[in-house]
Design a protein around this ligand. Structure first.
Ligand code: PLP
Ligand code: COI
Length: 341
């Protein structure tokens, strides 16, 4: 792919090939050297544990071309820490934070020409993944692991962009189990959500707003993004052991605090949706996407949050503030961005 052929402002959230990816293998109890590859394929044994028993983890983070032309990578140390937490839960080798960050910087640098130009609204999505590659038949952990990091220039995750979206609630599917793997980033969670997501799309919804898998009483998360609601100058977001702790959500909470909002992390009963002045879904891919309507498919009840179908003022301010930091338009007072040399 030639980067000059890309219409940056028309990008969607989909895979585009770039020049290189980076790889690192854990073998005989230690990590090897970082290798650079121009192949989009991973040679693998057919009995590799990841293929049969889902010993896999992934991450997602972004690099941005700033107003000053410099490339900023957003909070990669937090992704590194979450990658370790996931690896530990999945009995995989945890990659040290420094090695993770070195690989991220290297894969961005090698594909610098694919970092979208400033002003296009696009960014470079970085996808690290770890897999157990040893051949096994019995259900047990691999001893050899491979970490691969590739990148792809991307536009908005939701087709509607920064416009309120419609989501639905269903009790027919759970994304994760109560004491399962919801709080870590493993492929199995996403595989389990494919059918539900497909059904929601067929019915015209952007996503599913999942309820907690134990009692089905509280809001959990919104597809591959965390949920927040705004009321009485307060940013309310779920406290749940079955959701992924979102780095974007953590950041929005800090920004909301800076803006003078109160923060509440607690159970959010489903019925409370009707009290929110604004709501949204937040994540690396989703950034901060307003939710305008929630339809409960089981009870037939509709919660209209944005009757005028416009993003609310606080969601707009949060979105603008996080984007301004990522694109180097506002001071990075929290030291979230690493500028690439
Ligand atoms: N929840 C789920 C299930 C996700 O897959 C993601 C994406 O990574 C998020 C939330 C948002 O997390 P983050 O802001 O760290 O990207
Ligand atoms: C992200 O926001 O980085 C995600 O991982 C979401 C999705 C593409 C899985």
């Amino acid at each position: 792919m030639n980067s000059t052929d890309i219409d940056w402002s028309q990008l969607s959230f989909s895979y585009l090939p770039t020049d290189y990816n980076v790889r690192c293998t854990y073998k005989d109890g230690k990590w090897g050297e970082i290798e650079v590859s121009d192949s989009e394929y991973i040679p693998m044994h057919m009995a590799a544990v990841c293929l049969h028993y889902g010993q896999e983890s992934f991450e997602g983070l972004k690099a941005f071309r700033g107003k000053d032309g410099k490339i900023r990578i957003f909070r990669m140390d937090e992704n590194a820490k979450r990658f370790i937490r996931t690896a530990e839960r999945m009995l995989m080798a945890p990659m040290p934070v420094d090695l993770f960050c070195e690989m991220v910087k290297k894969v961005v640098k090698l594909n610098e020409r694919f970092v979208p130009p400033y002003g296009t609204g696009a960014s470079l999505y970085i996808r690290p993944l770890e897999i157990g590659v040893s051949p096994k038949i019995g259900v047990s952990s691999a001893t050899e692991f491979l970490v691969v990091m590739f990148v792809s220039p991307v536009g908005p995750y939701f087709k509607s962009g920064f416009k309120p979206m419609k989501v639905c609630i269903t009790r027919e599917y759970d994304r994760v189990a109560p004491k399962g793997t919801g709080s870590i980033k493993v492929g199995g969670n996403y595989g389990a959500s494919l059918q539900a997501g497909e059904k929601a799309h067929e019915l015209g919804y952007s996503n599913i707003l999942y309820l907690d898998p134990k009692e089905k009483k509280y809001i959990d998360e919104c597809g591959a993004a965390n949920f927040y609601g705004i009321k009485n100058n307060t940013y309310v977001t779920p406290q749940s052991e079955s959701i992924l702790p979102s780095i974007t959500n953590m950041s929005l909470q800090e920004i909301a605090k800076d803006m003078g909002l109160k923060i509440e992390k607690r159970n959010i009963p489903l019925e409370e949706i009707s009290e929110f002045e604004e709501a949204g879904a937040c994540g690396t891919a989703a950034v901060c996407s307003p939710i305008g309507q929630v339809d409960d498919l089981d009870t037939g009840k509709s919660y209209i949050i944005a009757p005028d179908n416009q993003p609310g003022p606080i969601s707009t301010a949060l979105y603008n503030a996080i984007r301004a930091i990522q694109y180097g338009e506002a001071p990075d007072t929290h030291n979230w961005c690493v500028i690439l040399d």
